[in-house]
Design a protein around this ligand. Structure first.
Ligand SMILES: [Zn+2]
Length: 197
């Protein structure tokens, strides 16, 4: 067993890291003192301890409510429905949106069932009932799955009155995922959002 090789192989599995980057990280770590290595090790070991799902929106959280839902400065009248936490993260990193989110926790896939699960639908409707938003933005990706998810969402939302339902305008690359959209593209698609037909 060789910890250097083992760790390099472990890093190679990380998204976006190849052999070269994995080696660079390991050599960087070899230059750190033991205390720093212990600190990094325990950060990883504790990453999922006490991790929960926000009881309002489905985001990951270490508290009952996530930092976004418990932030008094967020606009609770605008609710953006995203497919997953990666998409939420893309909006947050771009700093272009001040409303709140709802994380569906998956897409409707052509290979799986045709609809959003009953549990997800109930969770979403409960959130909407609590917030009473004036606008609901459907922010699914411009993919086959994203479109199917949108149609399924429209069915779930069909009895929602008093809220404008909009969808991102797609300057986003077709077939691309929101997660990988750059800030400008994301900003444009959000700013030019339009009512869902
Ligand atoms: Zn939340």
């Amino acid at each position: 067993m060789n910890p250097i090789t083992d760790l390099t192989n472990a890093f190679k599995k990380f998204p976006g890291l190849g052999n070269k980057s994995a080696s660079r990280i390991v050599f960087y770590l070899l230059k750190q003192n033991e205390a720093e290595l212990d600190r990094l090790g325990s950060l990883i070991a504790n990453l999922k301890k006490n991790l929960k799902v926000c009881s309002d929106c489905g985001n990951l959280s270490y508290e009952d409510l996530c930092p976004i839902c418990s932030d008094p400065l967020r606009d609770r009248k605008t609710l953006c429905i995203v497919e997953d936490i990666e998409a939420l993260n893309a909006f947050e990193q771009a700093k272009i949106y001040n409303g709140v989110y709802h994380v569906l926790g998956g897409q409707v896939s052509p290979l799986n069932d045709q609809d959003i699960s009953e549990g997800s639908a109930k969770f979403l409707l409960k959130h909407i009932k609590k917030l009473r938003p004036s606008e609901i933005i459907i922010a699914t990706s411009p993919t086959v799955e994203g479109d199917m998810t949108k149609f399924s969402l429209m069915e779930v939302l069909k009895n929602i009155k008093n809220a404008k339902i909009t969808r991102l305008a797609f300057g986003l690359p077709l077939g691309g995922s929101i997660e990988f959209a750059d800030k400008l593209t994301l900003h444009t698609s959000l700013a030019a959002r339009r009512p869902v037909e």
